[in-house]
Structure formats: structure tokens, C-alpha cells
Design a protein around this ligand. Structure first.
Ligand SMILES: [Ca+2]
Length: 274
């Protein structure tokens, strides 16, 4: 029995890992103070576009290492900075293989929330037949309750870019309603793409999604979305998340995340001066 105790201690420390700041010497990550995140959490319109040269305003606890995310000056959509994300073999945090930043804001129900961001996949982004997620809207589980699959996930698999939805009366990893409101075979490597989403979150069956890609309206959806029993609305994350442990590094760039009350508020093609 005496040999089990150290193992239990290691397991407990691992279980608590999500609540610790990442072990990092990355100044961009260390600049993401709780105070800045609190401002983000309570504001209707925010632009977390990295133009402050750091991840101020974001939650960074889903980054395992200094390389998981950094501010980037060579490959940017607009302005001086973007963010580079890298997911390597074994990068597991918060119960998944991920390198993600979270917008601390919980969306309000029964009103429109607009989101915009730009994404760049490098030409050597690996082709694979498992699903990876660049951006997702995740349910906000109450303390002590389990999380569900993300109500909206913005994915790539086998060279296809697509969007999935999930809905159920309660948060679950096997929701009753699954949807694929958008899929395409478009090649998306080597160029920036601008995405804008309008989401009307609802705990009834009348939620709405509209999505624009590079200024063109791509799809609309109306129906069940998310988990009807939740108190707080979903939150946004982006970076790189894969359903399996990756065999080779996956790199993606994001820029110009905005959240607001109109298309204009969040248009990721605009250059904003901080
Ligand atoms: Ca930028």
C-alpha cells in the first residue's frame, strides 16, 4: 500500500492541472492576467486581435507549453500581430489533445451574438482522416457537472472543412441531435480565411446560426443547439484541438477575433488600431 500513495499524489496533481497556469517562459502567455480576462468576460464588444502583443484578455489554461501558442509577427491577417498555435504529440490538457485560447465570455441566450476571426492553415498542414477543430463554442457546465460535446465546432477532416452542431436536453458526450450544417471540399491551405458567425443561442429549439466566409454568406441554420438545462451560455475557444493524439505537429494561425452585436463589430477583414 505504501507504494500506492505517491502514485495517487501524482494522479491528484494531474487532475488539478487545468487550474494551474501553464508552465511557461512565454511572455505572451504570462501577460494574460485574470484582470484582463475579467474585462473580456463582462464586455459586449471585444477585439482580442493580439495587437497588444500578448494574450491579454484570453484564458490561457488550455496551453501545455510555451510553444502551444505565441504571438506572431511574420504571418498576420491585419495589424502587427496574429497568434500561432502548435499541437504536438502528447499535448493533453483539460481532457483533450489541444492548444486553445478561451474567450472568458459566456454568451447570453435569446439574443444575437456575432463572432469573427481569421484562420490560416500552412501549406504543410498534415492531411489526416481524424477530426480536428480550429474553433468551437463550448457549453459552460455547472461546477460538478459534466461537459457535453461542443454545440458548434468548426472542423477539418480528410481535407474537408465542415461545421457540426450538437443539442440535447442535458449536457452529454452523446447528444440526441447532431447536425452538419456546412461541409465543403474547398482547399483552404496557404491563404487567410475570414469567418463571421451570427449565433442566437436558445435553450428551446429555435436557435439560429449564420456563417459568412470571406464576406460570402455560406449557410444558415435554425433548430436545437446546445444543452437546454444549462444556466450560463456557451463560450468561444480557438487554436487547435484534435480528437486523437496527433502523430506530427499541427500548426494553425488565427487573427482578429472579435465578438460583438453586429457584423461590423466583428468583421475580421478590418484593421483596428488598438
Ligand atoms: Ca492582428
Amino acid at each position: 500500500m505504501a507504494r500506492i500513495a505517491p502514485l495517487l499524489l501524482v494522479m491528484l496533481l494531474a487532475a488539478c492541472a487545468e487550474d494551474r497556469a501553464p508552465a511557461s517562459t512565454n511572455p505572451a502567455i504570462e501577460a494574460a492576467t485574470p484582470e484582463a480576462a475579467e474585462v473580456t468576460r463582462t464586455s459586449d464588444v471585444v477585439h482580442l486581435d493580439f495587437e497588444v502583443g500578448s494574450f491579454a484578455g484570453w484564458s490561457t489554461k488550455r496551453l501545455v507549453a510555451a510553444y502551444s501558442a505565441d504571438v506572431e509577427t511574420q504571418r498576420v491577417r491585419t495589424g502587427r500581430y496574429a497568434a500561432r498555435f502548435e499541437l504536438r504529440h502528447g499535448d493533453r490538457v483539460s481532457e483533450g489533445w489541444r492548444a486553445e485560447l478561451r474567450d472568458p465570455y459566456n454568451a447570453l441566450y435569446d439574443r444575437d451574438t456575432w463572432y469573427g476571426f481569421s484562420t490560416y492553415l500552412p501549406l504543410d498542414y498534415p492531411d489526416h482522416d481524424y477530426s480536428c477543430v480550429f474553433a468551437q463554442w463550448h457549453d459552460q457546465a455547472a461546477v460538478g457537472e459534466g461537459s457535453g460535446k461542443p454545440p458548434i465546432a468548426h472542423r477539418i477532416m480528410a481535407g474537408r472543412f465542415y461545421v457540426t452542431t450538437e443539442a440535447s436536453p442535458t449536457a452529454t458526450t452523446n447528444p440526441l441531435d447532431k447536425g452538419v450544417p456546412y461541409e465543403t471540399m474547398r482547399a483552404i491551405k496557404g491563404v487567410w480565411h475570414d469567418f463571421v458567425y451570427r449565433v442566437r443561442w436558445s435553450r428551446s429549439d429555435d436557435a439560429e446560426i449564420e456563417m459568412w466566409k470571406d464576406g460570402e454568406r455560406i449557410f444558415g441554420y435554425r433548430g436545437p443547439l446546445g444543452y437546454a438545462d444549462e444556466t450560463k451560455g456557451p463560450y468561444f475557444k480557438f487554436g487547435m484541438y484534435c480528437g486523437d493524439d496527433v502523430r506530427e505537429p499541427h500548426v494553425v494561425y488565427h487573427d482578429n477575433y472579435g465578438r460583438g452585436l453586429s457584423y461590423q463589430d466583428v468583421d475580421p477583414s478590418l484593421t483596428r488600431v488598438p
